[in-house]
Design a protein around this ligand. Structure first.
Ligand SMILES: Cc1ncc(COP(=O)(O)O)c(C=O)c1O
Length: 441
């Protein structure tokens, strides 16, 4: 198929987070997928080095997941989730909370990471209010955080490009500093040794605003979208301690890290720190049907349920498509695949090979840092003077032309292959990057 075969022109579709005019001058369309590969509109096999958008953990078009979605579509297309339900939503919930760490025993469903984040922030506010502490309204995010595109998510998020077009956002938000310090951390393998003390900035914010005004802190345990910023050793532990000291809820946004990306079910397991709430999406259905979720601990759930008289709605929140039957069926099948194929363990077992492969790019032209954790990697590229992102865009498009899909974030190439990746495919991803880096100016 060529672009000219596509019957509708490219104008009508306003593409998200895309340079629309640039893209439409040289489109990159994906028309089918299987396992580790996409097929492009010009008939090429594209090795997926980014699991789509960090989400296809079980590989593309897995037959068991496809079959579950097909069957569900013919059996129960939709059931209202308000004052009604369908049985598989309970089955999925029970299964999910057996996977989550510690006390995270309750789950609220939404449809995207952005919705999960807004849901978690709202639950945090509602929780403190239910405790009779309604003055706790501040939400603390972090610089270089990505929490999706809802107003809550961009307010606590730390990406200027995602905030500046959209007015004053909402009041009462503050930010921790990000954890990336290349002078001390460059070329760290896994967690950097230096930087735990950056968590102490939360003490300063408590000093500035007073703990009695702060509801929650939200962080990605590993910041993904802004270029794979891995928490320094001891950092998350310190955040947890400070939150506990002041009665502040700690929310982990695990939209990327959930479901095996780091070789454990969740990053909370990997780093050994238990949050009060955890947001997930993407890997919950291996990207096949939109779905997200918020896990809350018993303290939050019991407080909110207990604060409302019997017969009253405990949380005035939900989505038409919360626990949509197709998403639930996709998720149940995805969990089966993760279990039956041992994919989290596989990611864990592959991660030393992955680490060596990523760090083999040290010394390659333009490379100024390399980072890795689990099956995630980042190649930090020196920008051309006065042209941030341009060289890295050329690397991204160069790799695509060579048959490898990566993800560009500013001057960073992010890598996160499906958890079914083979060693030879890891080699292909890295060798393609090496070749393209040597070629671009
Ligand atoms: C950590 C994190 N939170 C939230 C989101 C938003 O998810 P969605 O695009 O499904 O709204 C993302 C998306 O990449 C993410 O990485």
């Amino acid at each position: 198929m060529t672009i000219s075969d596509i019957s509708n022109n490219l104008d009508a579709f306003w593409m998200p987070f895309t340079a629309n005019r640039q893209f439409k001058n040289a489109p990159r369309l994906l028309v089918s997928a299987k396992g580790m590969y996409y097929t492009s509109h010009d008939g090429r096999q594209i090795l997926d080095g980014s699991a789509g958008l960090w989400c296809i953990n079980a590989g593309h078009c897995h037959p068991k997941i496809v079959e579950a979605i097909r069957t569900q579509a013919g059996e129960l297309d939709y059931a209202p989730p308000f004052q009604m339900a369908h049985p598989k939503a309970f089955e999925l919930s029970s299964r999910l909370v057996t996977m989550t760490p510690g006390e995270l025993d309750h789950v609220f469903f939404a449809n995207s990471g952005s919705e999960a984040v807004d849901t978690a922030l709202k639950i945090a506010l509602a929780y403190h209010r239910a405790r009779g502490d309604a003055g706790r309204v501040r939400l603390i995010g972090r610089e270089r955080a990505y929490h999706g595109v809802g107003f809550g998510g961009i307010a606590v998020g730390g990406m200027v490009a995602n905030r500046k077009q959209f007015g004053a956002l909402f009041a009462g938000v503050d930010h921790l500093p990000h954890t990336y310090d290349p002078k001390r951390q460059a070329y760290s393998r896994g967690q950097p040794e230096q930087g735990a003390e950056l968590a102490d900035a939360l003490e300063r914010l408590v000093g500035l605003h007073d703990a009695s005004t702060i509801a929650a802190v939200i962080v990605e345990p590993m910041a993904g979208s802004t270029g794979v910023l891995i928490p320094p050793k001891g950092y998350l532990e310190r955040l947890r301690t400070i939150c506990d000291k002041y009665g502040i809820l700690l929310i982990f946004d695990e939209v990327i890290t959930g479901f095996g990306r780091l070789g454990t079910p969740f990053a909370a397991d990997y780093f050994g720190v238990e949050p009060d709430m955890m947001t997930v999406a993407k890997g919950i259905t291996s990207g096949t049907v939109p779905m997200s979720a918020v896990f809350t601990n018993n303290k939050i759930f019991d407080t909110l349920i207990g604060a409302t008289p019997e017969g009253g709605i405990e949380l005035a929140h939900g989505y038409t498509y919360s626990s949509h039957p197709l998403a639930v069926a996709a998720s149940l099948a995805t969990l089966d695949v993760y279990r039956d194929e041992g994919l989290f363990q596989r990611a864990h077992d592959l991660s030393p090979y992955w680490e060596d492969a990523v760090h083999s790019l040290k010394g390659t032209r333009h490379v100024i840092d390399l980072r890795n954790v689990g099956l995630v990697g980042a190649v930090e590229i020196e920008p051309r003077p006065g042209a941030p992102g341009k060289r890295t865009y050329d690397v991204f498009t160069g790799c695509y032309a060579e048959g490898v899909l990566t993800r560009q974030s500013g001057d960073i190439i992010c890598l996160s292959p499906p958890l079914i990746v083979e060693k030879s495919q890891i080699d292909q991803i890295i060798e393609t990057l090496r070749k393209v880096l040597m070629r671009v100016d």
